[in-house]
Design a binder for this molecule. Structure first.
Ligand code: AHR
Length: 504
């Protein structure tokens, strides 16, 4: 097949925030993952695990969403400030019914973001919190000068305000965030959003808790109630974006399937579910376009990723799962789809960064060893797309496809971007057994200095462990040849490939 890409026709910018992350007080994401405490024998800064920080810095992670998820709507931030031995504890009812000692709180999260060089995205508590509590949290974090919350922050050791660009108004309000109707939630979002003030130079980008999967009616209700309808939609000052959550679940909610033990049919079913994110982003964008054709309101997919049964023998409430080449391919096609929706999609956050669901990093509870997952490598290989201009990819002869149940799965996926004089093309071959060749017909510039990398493995089930950390890791790819028709890229079965080149 051939892919035509005009390297001199720039499309919408791919926000780096499409490569965002999510860390919830869930299982071993925070405790044991990001945070090990100051007394740990692992290298740490104020209890923050430095090998995790270093691995994530290498991804240039743009933002980190915290403290939930469902946990956010039970979290009372004042319990997580001040001397650790005086912080009250609580029960984490959503995730394993374990006691949360609140040793990781606001200051620890903001220190983590500073170490990572990532923008904080804080999800406030709408479900069980008060408007005053949320408003005070914003003041505590972002106000300078003198005020009750500023004095409290200073008493806790932080003089200067922090910069907090992203603010979530609750989470999954249709479910764990309060079981509200869309109308009820929209009224709450207006109220909470109003009192989350912009203090000084800190401008909040407020994100309303959006729809579950294909609930387009939820999005429509929010669009109607969170802005001023008229000839031109004017988003009200209290929200700037709506979210949506979509997980790739190949089985049923009760039995989601195993992360590492699966057959080819399970694999293809997974890919069909993953590719559905395109239909969902299109659907939500279409609804938003009806009200806001100028695309002033952002769409934020602040939870996405694979969700399998937990690893045998682990706490069912901790959502700990392994991560194979299959997960990496799921990530690869998500990013291609995100790039195509860059005009409306302003942020996406994989769930979750460490030890939970489709993680970048797994840590061993006994040996404490850290493992980078196949998904991590896709994020790393795609770094060049951050804030690059998207490039349209046309497939004149179409792409190979296969029938999976009642669905058609396109098995070769391609996306491209340009930043300055560098072009980056990402390609996935989803076919479990057949290779594919793609001729990249790059028009509008002379191409030099071509480099390619590949992520694949002998089997779809292959994954990384402390004993074999590089079973699935990127390697140089030498099967890119220059032909009269363009760059011929050979894609082995089940592989993810990047091709980078200079254009002039
Ligand atoms: O990511 C795990 C959970 O999935 C989140 O807490 C919740 O928002 C979603 O249902």
């Amino acid at each position: 097949m051939s892919a035509v890409i005009n390297v001199d026709v720039k499309g919408p910018q791919i926000s780096r925030h499409l490569y965002g992350h999510f860390a919830e007080h869930l299982g071993r994401c925070i405790y044991g993952g990001f945070y090990v405490g100051e007394d740990s024998d692992l290298p740490n800064a104020g209890g923050l695990r430095l090998d995790v920080v270093d691995a994530l810095r290498a991804l240039n992670i743009p933002n980190l969403r915290w403290p939930g998820g469902c946990f956010a709507d039970e979290y009372h931030w004042m319990d997580g400030i001040g001397p650790k031995d005086q912080r009250p504890s609580m029960v984490n009812t959503h995730w394993g019914n374990v006691e949360e000692n609140n040793h990781f709180g606001t200051h620890e999260f903001m220190a983590l973001c500073e170490l990572l060089g990532a923008d904080p995205y804080i999800s406030g508590n709408v479900g069980s919190g008060t408007v005053r509590e949320m408003s005070d949290w914003v003041e505590y974090l972002t106000r300078e000068g003198d005020s009750p919350m500023v004095r409290l922050r200073k008493a806790n050791g932080r003089e200067e305000p922090w910069r907090v660009p992203f603010w979530g108004l609750g989470n999954e309000a249709w479910g764990c965030g309060g079981n509200m109707t869309a109308q009820q939630y929209a009224a709450e979002a207006r109220r909470f959003g109003t009192y989350c003030r912009d203090h000084g130079g800190n401008k909040l980008y407020r994100i309303a808790a959006g729809a579950n999967s294909d609930d387009y009616a939820w999005t429509e209700t929010l669009m109607k109630m969170l802005g001023d309808l008229g000839c031109a939609y004017r988003p009200a000052g209290y929200t700037q974006a709506l979210s949506v959550h979509y997980y790739t679940i190949a089985g049923t909610w009760q039995d989601k399937g195993d992360a590492t033990v699966f057959g080819t049919d399970d694999y293809y079913r997974t890919m069909v579910q993953a590719a559905r994110v395109d239909e969902l982003l299109t659907g939500h964008s279409n609804v938003m376009d009806c009200y806001d054709p100028g695309k002033n309101v952002g769409l934020v997919l602040d939870e996405w990723g694979t969700w399998w049964n937990v690893e045998p023998g682990t706490n069912p409430g901790f959502l700990y799962q392994q991560n194979t080449l299959r997960d990496a391919l799921v990530a690869g096609i998500h990013f291609d789809i995100f790039h195509r929706h860059a005009d409306r999609l302003v942020m996406a956050n994989i769930a979750q960064t460490v030890n939970v669901l489709q993680a970048m990093i797994l840590t061993d509870p006994e040996s404490k060893a850290l493992v980078l997952t196949p998904t991590y490598h896709v994020f790393e290989m795609n770094k060049g797309h951050h804030d690059a201009a998207s490039l349209r990819v046309d497939l004149p002869s179409g792409a190979p496809a296969r029938t999976v149940g009642s669905a058609e799965l396109t098995t070769v996926s391609v996306s491209a971007s340009r930043k300055d004089d560098r072009v980056l093309v990402s390609l996935s071959n989803l076919d479990a057994a057949e290779p594919a060749d793609v001729v990249l017909d790059l028009r509008g510039g002379a191409v030099t200095d071509v480099r390619s990398r590949i992520l694949t493995a002998g089997a779809l089930q292959d994954h990384n462990t402390p004993d074999a950390p590089d079973t699935v890791a990127p390697r140089a790819h030498d099967q890119v040849t220059s032909t009269a028709a363009g760059l011929r890229v050979h894609l082995p079965a089940h592989s993810f490939v990047t091709v980078e080149a200079s254009v002039s």
